[in-house]
Design a protein around this ligand. Structure first.
Ligand code: TXA
Ligand code: MG
Length: 313
């Protein structure tokens, strides 16, 4: 059920969370599927509902830095970035504290924890009212398109979750950038809403590093019809998702002004809109400049275009 954000729906969300239920909440990046991070059966429910492999750990969302005190060991070197970007679309991976209160499934057996302080007022209100950290992956069935509107969540998971709180369109439209602070050199594990240049961090892990970025493998963020990338002229039957100067065959344009931030905000919304097997054979996407936030856009598009081994002839 989709409900608009008000005091009553926030109360309902808290009651559901207390009972070990899951609620979908807007964040400034994409919608999240939230559960009490200390409740093991609630956290397991997230994995079931998304069809997410249990080896893929979750991000823990907090309202204040104090809430991280018994969870993660934040190194002093991370503080300048946190001061600048928290609350906001930055997730940090830090060593997990020994006597942490988190449900075991949150970390999927790793000795590190991913922490994020979201900036969206609705998510913050729920954190404030509930008083405990919330584990929240993106609110979409595993490997499918992320959701930037309540109705996307409803389409992807609606019958499995009791409450989706509606917020305005997610500002950034791409997931948070994940930076690993558990080793001596801070490293980007997932490109996201904050570019490497904005963060001043230029090292990143390769896609093949299974241990470092367990959720960053193979196919992800995929629509139900094929994605074809770097297309200048679409084929008959394809939807054409253009970027920049208008094209006679464009179906939608990520940003007519060639603004990469605007393109990021529109990306999942437009892919959801074009993901219609009755109308199109595939989604053809125009080349996206590989700079700034374009790196994160291309990361999502490349993963969305991967073919699963099981689908190969
Ligand atoms: O913007 C976001 O980050 C959204 C909103 C809802 O906050 N959340 C999100 O969660 O994107 P999810 O579960 O879709 O992606 C979390 C990523 C996964 O790739 C997971 O493998 C990685 O974070 N992750 C979680 N804990 C980790 C850890 N300890 N070490 C390395 N990667 C970790
Ligand atoms: Mg996700």
């Amino acid at each position: 059920m989709i409900d608009s954000a008000n005091i009553k729906t926030i109360e309902t969300a808290c009651t559901l969370l207390k009972e070990g239920n899951i609620v979908a909440l807007p964040t400034e990046t994409v919608y999240g599927l939230a559960a009490d991070a200390t409740n093991e059966s609630a956290v397991q429910r997230i994995f079931q509902i998304k069809g997410r492999p249990t080896f893929n750990p979750l991000i823990v969302h907090v309202l204040t830095i104090e809430q991280t005190a018994n969870i993660g060991e934040i190194p002093p070197s991370a503080m300048p970035l946190l001061e600048q970007f928290w609350p906001g679309p930055l997730t940090i991976v830090v060593p997990l504290k020994e006597n942490h209160p988190l449900a075991p499934s949150v970390t999927a057996g790793l000795k590190t924890i991913a922490l994020r302080m979201p900036a969206h007022p609705v998510f913050q209100e729920v954190l404030r009212a509930y008083g405990k950290p919330l584990a929240a992956p993106s609110a979409n069935a595993s490997n499918t398109l992320s959701c930037t509107r309540a109705e996307h969540v409803s389409k992807s998971l609606g019958n499995k979750i009791p409450l989706i709180i509606e917020g305005n369109v997610c500002d950034h439209g791409l997931e948070s950038t994940i930076v690993d602070f558990s080793t001596s050199t801070p490293t980007i594990l997932r490109h996201g809403a904050l570019s490497a240049e904005e963060l001043g961090i230029l090292t990143h892990t390769s896609n093949q590093d299974k241990i470092k970025a367990p959720g960053q493998l193979k196919r992800h963020y995929a629509p139900s019809i094929p994605l074809r990338l770097n297309v200048k002229t679409p084929r008959g039957g394809e939807a054409f998702l253009n970027f920049g100067t208008s094209h006679p065959q464009e179906t939608l344009n990520l940003s007519p002004a060639s603004d990469l931030k605007e393109a990021a905000q529109n990306l999942f919304q437009m892919l959801h809109q074009l993901d219609d097997p009755h109308q199109f054979t595939a989604i053809a996407v125009s080349p996206i400049p590989h700079e700034g936030i374009g790196v994160a856009i291309n990361d999502r598009l490349n993963r969305g275009a991967q073919i699963l081994e099981k689908d190969l002839p």
